[in-house]
Design a protein. Structure first.
Ligand code: HEM
Length: 234
C-alpha cells in the first residue's frame, strides 16, 4: 500500500505532503533568503540613498519581504527544474510546497505593510497632485492585486486533501497559477520601477533597484519553465 494511503486511511494526500522539511532547513531557507534581502535594502536605501533609520521597521522591511517573497516563489517553481533533485520526487514537491508557502506568507506581509504605508508622503510616484492614484499607481496595484489573486489559488490547493478533492488535473492547474503570479509580479515591478532601471547614474551605491532584481527573479523562474517546455517539445 502506498505510504500516503497508510497515513490517511485511503484519502490521497497532496503531493509533497508526506514529507516535512527539517526545521533547520525551513529556517535556513527563510532566513537565508530574507536576511540578505534586508541587508541589501538597508545598504541601498539607508546607507547610500540616505533614507532615515527610523524607517527601517516598516518601509525598509517591506522592501525586503517583497524581495524575499518573490525570490521564494521563483525558487518554488524552479526547484526540480533548475536545482533541488529529480522533478516530481516527493522531496522536491515538499521543498516546492514549503518555498511557495513561505513566499506566500512573505508577500501577504508585504501587502499588509504596503497598505499601512500607502500615502503620497511615502510613495509620491504612485499619486497625482489630486491625491488620487496616477497611471503608474493604477497599473502597479492592478498587477499586484492580480498577482496575489493568482497566488491564493496554489496556496489554497496546499490545504490538506485538496489533491483528493480536486483531482490531479485541476490540482495541477491550481499549482500552475503561480506562473501567473510570477508574470504579473514582473508587471508589478516593471510598472513601478522601469523608469529608474536604465538610469545607472541614479542607482545609490551603484546598486540595482529592488524592483529590477525582483523582476529578474520572477523572469528567471518563467524562463526556466519555458526552457523545460521547449525541451519537452523537442
Ligand atoms: C495587493 C497587492 C500588492 C500591493 C498593494 C503591493 C504594493 C507594493 C508597493 C506599495 C510597493 C513599493 C514599495 C517601495 O517602493 O518601497 C511594492 C513593491 C514591490 N512588490 Fe508589491 N504589492 C502587491 C503585491 C505584490 C506581489 C503579489 C508581489 C510578488 C509576488 C509583489 C512584489 C513586490 C516587489 C518585488 C516589490 C519591489 C520592492 C521595492 O523595490 O521596494 N507585490 N509593492
Amino acid at each position: 500500500m502506498p505510504i500516503g494511503q497508510r497515513l490517511t486511511g485511503g484519502l490521497r494526500p497532496n503531493p509533497g505532503s508526506t514529507i516535512r522539511l527539517a526545521r533547520h532547513e525551513q529556517v535556513g531557507w527563510v532566513l537565508g533568503v530574507w536576511i540578505p534581502c534586508l541587508i541589501y535594502a538597508i545598504v541601498r536605501y539607508n546607507v547610500f540613498q540616505g533614507v532615515e533609520w527610523v524607517h527601517v521597521p516598516l518601509y525598509i522591511v517591506n522592501k525586503s519581504v517583497a524581495f524575499a517573497g518573490v525570490i521564494l516563489i521563483a525558487l518554488a517553481y524552479a526547484v526540480g527544474k533548475a536545482f533541488g533533485g529529480p522533478a516530481g520526487s516527493e522531496n522536491v514537491r515538499a521543498k516546492a510546497k514549503f518555498l511557495g508557502l513561505a513566499g506566500f506568507a512573505m508577500i501577504t506581509v508585504h501587502i499588509l505593510m504596503a497598505m499601512v504605508l500607502l500615502s503620497p508622503a511615502n510613495y509620491a510616484k504612485f499619486f497625482a497632485e489630486s491625491g488620487k492614484l496616477n497611471l503608474t499607481g493604477e497599473m502597479t496595484f492592478l498587477f499586484g492585486v492580480l498577482a496575489y489573486g493568482c497566488l491564493l489559488i496554489p496556496a489554497i490547493a496546499t490545504l490538506p486533501y485538496m489533491y483528493e478533492a480536486l483531482g490531479m488535473a485541476r490540482w495541477l492547474t491550481a499549482q500552475h497559477m503561480g506562473y501567473g503570479t510570477l508574470a504579473l509580479a514582473c508587471g508589478h515591478t516593471l510598472a513601478m520601477g522601469y523608469k529608474g532601471w536604465f538610469d545607472l547614474a541614479s542607482w545609490p551605491g551603484s546598486m540595482p533597484p529592488i524592483t529590477l532584481l525582483g523582476f529578474l527573479a520572477a523572469l528567471a523562474a518563467l524562463l526556466v519553465k519555458a526552457a523545460q517546455l521547449v525541451r519537452r517539445g523537442t
